[in-house]
Ligand binder design. Structure first.
Ligand SMILES: Nc1nc2c(ncn2[C@@H]2O[C@H](COP(=O)(O)OP(=O)(O)OP(=O)(O)O)[C@@H](O)[C@H]2O)c(=O)[nH]1
Ligand SMILES: [Mg+2]
Length: 293
């Protein structure tokens, strides 16, 4: 008998939601960086084990929006929580309860969504510190389980997955058994490029970047030809993205290429361009054009 479970992964920015999704799947379907607001849209990751299909919906970190894009990202959190069988609320070990956590717990209560709590990044915090945090959070919601984990080191990930499996109910599989994500290959490729920029650039520059893969062609010899445009918000950002003598762009390209070659399992020939779209994060038409709403 087939079973399925739809689970939304929610929490404030930077707590490790996407890292956990990747740990569940054993593959990188969601980009990860040390900057908050890395994830911009809902990302579906699918794990099929025999009769059981787990469908994870990774969401942007809930935050106080300062741009139209930010508002869209927050909206994606609510949309991601619609019609799921359960939520995985992720918090950071040793951190106080945030406004975002309170907001998310409020929604779980209002919509009667059962939830498991993951306390992530336990590799960074002494065990004694976890107790008071567990007490505090368990007083606010009747979590089905509370699991301390480290997405980075893999600690507790199997236990967490086991707890989430309890949300499964009898029902058909919605995806083929070998589906990993709902993201088209071009989108994933664009995300790998954005990940490099998030990791290598600072302050507002990486947050004001959107990437569009314009060409994606497989040659007969298996080589993948790809062309992508990096859009930034200001002329002054363009120079930073390109770097001195093009060095930044070169590093971004080779970093992204390595990720793509690992994921797609073939050699990639990547060409990058940089363009400016003034203030695109506040322009609905452009947000839509970049597939971010
Ligand atoms: N030390 C440590 N770092 C972790 C762990 N899990 C994630 N990180 C790091 O935390 C940062 C944020 O991880 P993400 O997975 O991008 O976090 P997120 O919650 O998806 O963030 P947003 O998409 O911005 O909401 C990255 O630098 C990760 O490498 C962990 O268990 N331990
Ligand atoms: Mg994320």
């Amino acid at each position: 008998m087939q079973k399925n479970a739809f689970i939304a992964i929610v929490g404030r920015p930077n707590v490790g939601k996407s890292s956990l999704l990747n740990a569940f799947l054993g593959q990188k379907v969601a980009i990860v960086s040390e900057k908050p607001q890395t994830t911009r849209t809902r990302i579906t990751g699918v794990l099929t084990k025999n009769e059981l299909q787990m469908v994870f919906i990774d969401t942007p970190g809930l935050h106080k929006p300062r741009t139209v894009l930010g508002e869209r990202m927050n909206r994606a959190v609510g949309d991601g929580m619609a019609d799921v069988d359960g939520c995985l609320l992720v918090v950071e070990a040793g951190s106080p309860v945030s406004k975002a956590d309170e907001n998310l717990i409020g929604r779980m209560k209002a919509r009667k969504i059962p939830a498991v709590l993951a306390i992530n990044k336990i590799d960074l915090v002494a065990k004694e510190k976890l107790l008071s945090q567990i007490l505090e959070l368990s007083g606010r919601f009747n979590f089905a389980a509370i699991v301390p984990v480290s997405a980075k080191e893999g600690d507790g990930v199997d236990e967490l997955l086991q707890e989430l499996e309890a949300f499964a109910a009898e029902g058909p599989h919605f995806f083929d058994g070998d589906t990993l994500t709902d993201q088209p290959e071009r989108v994933l490729a664009a995300e790998y490029i954005r990940e490099q920029l998030l990791r290598r650039l600072n302050q507002e520059v990486p947050h004001g970047i959107a990437v569009a893969v314009e060409a994606f062609r497989e040659r007969n010899d298996g080589l993948l030809d790809m062309e992508a445009i990096i859009y930034c918000e200001k002329e002054s950002h363009k120079g930073i993205v390109i770097g001195k003598r093009g060095e930044m762009l070169k590093k971004v390209g080779s970093g992204a290429r390595a990720e793509m070659e690992a994921f797609f399992g073939c050699r990639v020939n990547l060409q990058l361009w940089v363009k400016v779209k003034e203030d695109w994060r506040n322009r609905q038409g452009l947000i839509h054009h970049f597939g971010l709403d």
